[in-house]
Design a binder for this molecule. Structure first.
Ligand code: F6P
Length: 606
């Protein structure tokens, strides 16, 4: 068996020493970072240890993510989960990644939600389950432009194809880039972990910034939101630069085929780049595009149904459910966000009550979100006045059509509310996936399940077809009204058939399958040149990104061999070239081949 660096150094050793081939840059904080990991007490380093927010059953530990036991993952996102079952989750990203990080020993880096003065500090790690969390105080000066501005007032509406909601500013873009740079430099401490997995639109250019810092590990990106058609992206300032930077990732993950095709269409239109078999080739190397439809942990959801609620939450849930005793109700759970289509849903409900008075109530839970963004303040007012109008038109002293809660609930409390509701109404104008749709299904009683009314523009509609959910156009309140009516009258047999089919899908591709699938694709994504094609250079495997370095080395070696040994000065000069090109190649290769590939000896390629 031959490892690539063995072959590399055998060639050079034949002449002299290989000075500094495996040199590491000792000026930065990698040792301190490693030391922190070593110092975590062992009981915190185990599943279900004191640092774990949820206890993990031992049979679950052998799940697919953990099969990547030797793979050290760094997850980076703007928001980090609270890791406290009594605290509500904010959005799908946090809900999705919390169980993944807890179980697979990842380091999760993100915002602390506090701002700092921009001073760069070594990563501080807090254990959580088998993983670690590092919360960064993002620079205060750039935070409004980064979060409220470019991320949530420019990119967010563009990604959801809502151009009228967009505002643009060059300064915001600069803050966005600088904040990404700050995060990249913080993450540099973790540069010797194996792969970097970046999440969501706040961090589109992070891969390029990691690259510029010299981090050579595979870096992937997963987009939780939709990706729109090219004409939407064109409205984003500096879209060419931004899109170019996304090609520095090795793997780009999308929720649906539609998102992936839209992304490819932009590359074709603006860069003349074709995507072939899901691969885009640029001068850097290859970027792979793949769909990874995000899921949930249905087992954990079942546990939520059985878990005790805190007394305060128990009281909140019971008093809400009292309102619906003996009558039917539908449930909607959304961040208070204009992409969620809550206003249109309320209007649909209004139309339903005009034709079927008092037939069904709606429980709308909509915790405030991004409340410092103007568009969100206005939307909250619009939704609340629409609800008041419906309640005034259809309500009586004893019956209120819409119960509205502007506060957050824990996952365990939501699970109980989903279970009690006859209809789940998930009608976003656009959504990456929408995990509420899957959570609603997972919480149902198999013997008497409720019915899901689902927007055809949610990513979940690529998973659930019209024989399973009732698919609607969320822009048309009359379609929503008809679907809620149909759902509330649906016979038991049909409800069970539809539900079983959705549940089978949820169980067959859980959040853990999603994560394992992504990470294993990312892990292999940098190896793009098969051994037999590369072997003619005589040195084994590498990947396309490192190909030019390899060729430089091979050229220097050939030149060295061609020099007459009697010409000492020329021979030494040629050797210096071999040495420097060998050093340039060595560092990125060391990691790859030390970790993953023990290769067959060259003879076996014959
Ligand atoms: O899931 C999409 C997403 O934008 C996440 O990136 C984000 O964490 C979540 O919605 C909630 O938004 P925010 O973090 O701005 O509250």
């Amino acid at each position: 068996m031959v490892r690539i660096h063995d072959a590399l150094y055998m060639a050079a050793l034949a002449y002299g020493s290989t000075s500094g081939a495996a040199q590491q840059d000792e000026t930065i904080n990698q040792p301190a970072f490693d030391q922190q990991l070593d110092e975590i007490p062992p009981e915190l380093d185990e599943p279900g240890g004191a640092g774990s927010a949820h206890s993990i059953a031992s049979d679950e530990v052998a799940d697919v993510v953990n099969q990547q036991s030797d793979l050290k993952l760094v997850v980076i996102s703007n928001r980090i989960a609270p890791f406290d079952p009594n605290k509500p989750q904010t959005g799908g990203l946090a809900a999705a990644l919390e169980p993944v990080v807890e179980r697979c020993g990842a380091v999760w880096v993100g915002s602390s939600e506090e701002c700092g003065d921009g001073t760069e500090r070594p990563l501080r790690l807090e254990p959580t389950g088998t993983g670690y969390v590092s919360r960064l105080d993002l620079p205060a000066a750039d935070h409004p432009g980064y979060y409220r501005g470019f991320s949530n007032s420019t990119l967010w509406p563009a990604l959801h194809s809502l151009p009228d909601r967009m505002s643009v500013s060059e300064d915001d873009y600069d803050s966005y880039q600088r904040t990404n740079g700050f995060i990249a430099r913080a993450v540099f401490d973790a540069r010797d972990r194996d792969v970097f997995w970046v999440h969501d639109y706040h961090l589109l250019p992070l891969g390029a910034q990691l690259n510029e810092l010299g981090i050579e590990r595979p870096a992937g990106f997963f987009l939780h939101t939709p990706w729109p058609a090219p004409d939407m992206v064109e409205r984003v300032p500096n879209h060419l630069e931004l899109m170019k930077s996304t090609l520095k990732y090795d793997l780009l993950g999308f929720q649906t085929n539609r998102d992936m095709n839209n992304y490819s269409a932009y590359l074709r239109t603006h860069f003349g780049l074709e995507t072939r078999d899901g691969i885009v080739t640029t001068e850097r190397g290859q970027t792979r595009l793949k769909k990874f439809p995000i899921g949930i942990d249905p087992r954990q959801f079942a546990d939520y149904l059985a878990a005790d609620l805190s007394p305060a939450e128990q009281k909140k849930v019971s008093s809400l459910l009292q309102n619906f005793e003996g009558s039917k109700f539908a449930i909607g759970v959304d961040r208070l966000d204009y992409t969620k289509g809550i206003d249109k849903r309320v209007e649909g409900f209004n139309q339903l009550l005009r034709t079927e008075p008092h037939s069904i109530s709606l429980l709308q839970i909509a915790p405030s979100s991004r409340a410092d963004v103007e568009q969100y303040q206005k939307y909250k007012e619009d939704v609340e006045s629409a609800i008041n109008r419906v309640n005034a038109e259809h309500g009586t002293d004893r019956w209120r059509p819409i119960h509205y809660k502007n506060d957050s609930f824990s996952q365990a409390a939501l699970a109980r509310l989903y279970r009690a509701a006859h209809v789940g109404v998930v009608t976003p104008l656009r959504d990456g996936m929408n995990l509420v749709a899957k959570e609603y299904v997972a919480a149902q009683d198999p013997k008497d399940p409720g019915v899901l009314v689902l927007s055809k523009f949610a990513g979940a509609a690529e998973d659930f077809n019209e024989n399973e959910a009732l698919l609607v156009d969320p822009n048309h309140p009359e379609e929503i009204a008809a679907a809620i009516s149909k759902a509330s009258h649906m016979p038991l047999e049909e409800r069970v058939t539809r539900w079983r089919s959705m549940m089978d899908k949820i169980e067959s591709y859980t959040i853990h399958d999603w994560a394992a699938d992504y990470v294993s694709e990312l892990d292999k994504s940098r190896v793009t040149v098969p051994a037999d094609q590369f072997h003619h250079l005589g040195l084994g495997w590498t990947n396309e990104a490192q190909m030019p370095l390899y060729q430089n080395y091979a050229t220097a070696l050939t030149a060295f061999n061609d020099v007459d040994p009697r010409d000492t000065a020329l021979k030494e000069a040629a050797y210096a070239n071999v040495e420097s090109s060998s050093e340039a190649l060595a560092t990125p290769l060391m990691h790859t081949q030390n970790r993953l590939w023990v290769l067959p000896a060259p003879d076996s390629f014959a």
